[in-house]
Design a protein around this ligand. Sequence first.
Ligand code: CP
Length: 318
Amino acid sequence: MKNFVSVKDVPDINFLIRMALDYKANPFKDKGAGVNKRIGLLFLNPSMRTRLSTQIAAANLGMEAVVFNVGQEGWALEFEDETIMSGTTVEHVKDAAPVLGKYFDILGIRTFPSLKNKEEDYSELYIRQFMKYSGIPVVSLESATLHPLQSLADIITISETFKEKRKPKIVLTWAPHVKALPQCVANSFSQWVNAWGAADFVITHPEDYHLDKEFTQHASIVLNQDEALKNADFVYVKNWSTYTDYGRIYCNDPKWMLTNEKLQRTNNARVMHCLPVRRNVELSDEILDSPASLVTQQAGNRVWAAQAVLAEMLKSGK
Ligand code: CP
């Protein structure tokens, strides 16, 4: 696995899940895999879980991780080619990325979408430019449209929690929020669940919140949340802004927030969220503080997801 920016980079999801669970049982079993290797973790946007879990994963493999909060501490980067840089940007990615390619063996990048220009966001300009100009393998720490390390941790969590012989029913439900948020987590979760193929997958959201079909593919879209939740084994809660009329908040009906009453319709579903979460806006206290919640386990699994991905990337680099 040279790069890791989408599920399309993964030859075998189940193999990666098994690897991650092996690392969870024995974190230091490949302590030598990353010795004398260095990963640069570039954050153009804030992070807690992704930053810390990837640093820990690298350390578990004996690899040095250097964090650079470009968004706060670095030069303002330009990403458009052939532009006249007479505005606020100071350095072109075409100049910065090759330098990073000299410093590191692997580059991790976190960028968010503008939510203003759909074509630009969905072209993944920022991460593509780093891939084009750094000359080294790139791992997405969340991009404009996807969050693959999160999705791998989500699938690992479902995999280790669900012990029945049948396929689980997984429901991704839209939830209210005070801000317009990216579609990344919902896109990415959909993409991974579809590629994994080991679940019945339903997506529920208000009328205006359809996601890009490229990611939802053959998932059932059920606009009635109560109907969608019936017999669910897992409910993944996430807000996203509108995709069609891009980056807006239309309906923000608090009735879409998951409660214990709604959970009654499910098959004792476990509830997931990538965090950070706005309590009692996106998800209720009564669920987050209950045994139904998997959010801490999910966030914990970010370490093992990152460790499996970095180990595979290190193998490809040999
Ligand atoms: N879920 C997630 O990516 O969390 P952070 O933004 O804190 O990294």
